[in-house]
Design a binder for this molecule. Sequence first.
Ligand SMILES: [Zn+2]
Length: 367
Amino acid sequence: MVDTVSVSFTVQQFELFERQAEAVGKSPSELIEGYLRDASSVSLDLRDVRIGPGRRRVDWSERVDFADLGDLREELRFEPVSGKAIPLQAGEVLLLRQFEGGQTIDFNAFNLRDYKECMSVGHSRRQGFHLHEGDVILSNSPRIRPMFYLLQVPDTCKVDTLAARCTAPLFELRFGFEWHTNCQDTIAEAIREYGLTPDDVHDSCNFFQNTMWDEEGIFWSDWNSGRPGDTVLLVACMDVLAVPVVCGSGDVTVTSNFSYKPIEVNVYAGSGKTASVVDAANEAFIAKRSSIGPDGYRNGRIKADRELRPDPNYRPDFRRYPMDTKTVEVAIDSGIRELVQKTGAQYGWSEEEAIRRIIVGRAVGAV
Ligand SMILES: [Zn+2]
C-alpha cells in the first residue's frame, strides 16, 4: 500500500535536488523518491558528507625536485629562540630544515597585501589534524584561499594543527615560571618588523610536532622524530609574509625532546613548475562564486578603536532570512515505511524527520 507523507525541505536543499535531478534528466520528485527507494541498500558514511576541503586534493602528482625550485634567494639560520618574518611572492618556495633534528617549528602567515587575511589553522584542519604533502594551508574566512601548498613533508614531520601555540601563561600555570620563552612572544617580536601587533599573532601551524590524540579528544605530543637534514618545502600560493620560529617550549616539553636546536630557513625564487603548483592549488580550493572579500559585506571597514558599542541604527539584514521551505508529498510504500520507522526509532526521529534525513543524506552523499 502506498501512502504519501508531507516533508518540508529548505529552498537550499530543494535547489540541490533540482540541480541533481536536471543532471540525470529526472524531476525533483522522481529524484527524491529514488533516493528513498534505494536508501536501504546504501549506507551513509558521515565522513563522506562532511564539507570542506577534506575530500579535495590538489591535482598535482608531478614530482618537483630541487632543480625546479629556482634560484636560492635567501639563506637563513634561526638560533633558539628566534624567528623572522619573510616576504615571499606567489610561486616562491619556503624551505624549513632541521640542522640537528628534533626541533619544532611554529608558523604564522599573512597575506602580504592585506594583513587581515592570515592563516586559518581551523580551516586548514578540515584536511586532517595533521597536514600532509599535497595539502594546503588556507587563509581565514571570508576568503579561504590557499596560502601555501605542502610540496614536501618528510614522514618524520607531523604538521600539527591542534596545539595553537605556546604562550608564557601556559608555562606559569603549569610550571611556575615568571616568564618562559614561547611562540606567541617570538612571533609577535618577529612581525613587529612589519608593524603588526601581538593581537595579530594567530594559531600556529606546527611543523615537526608529533601530536597524538585519543577517542576522548585529549591530545598530547610524542617525542620529536625530526632527523638532521629533514626538509619541508612550501610553495607560496599568494604574496605572503611567512613567519617560522624556533618553538620556545622545547626545553621543558617533549615537542623538541627537551633541548633547543637551530633551524635552517631558505627561500627559492620558484620556477614554471612551482607556478603551475599554485595554479592547481587555486583551482582546487578557491570557490568561484561565493569567495568574497570583506568589501562584499555591509561593513568591510577595519574597526580602529578597541571598545565594542552597539550601533543604534543597526537593523539586522541576514541573507536568505527568514529561510523559505518547500513541502513535498513523498510517496512511501510499506517497505520504505518499515525502513523509515526503524531509522526513526533508532534515533528518536519523527517520520517526516527520518524521511528528510534519508533523502538529504543521499543527496549530499551523492555530491
Ligand atoms: Zn611553541
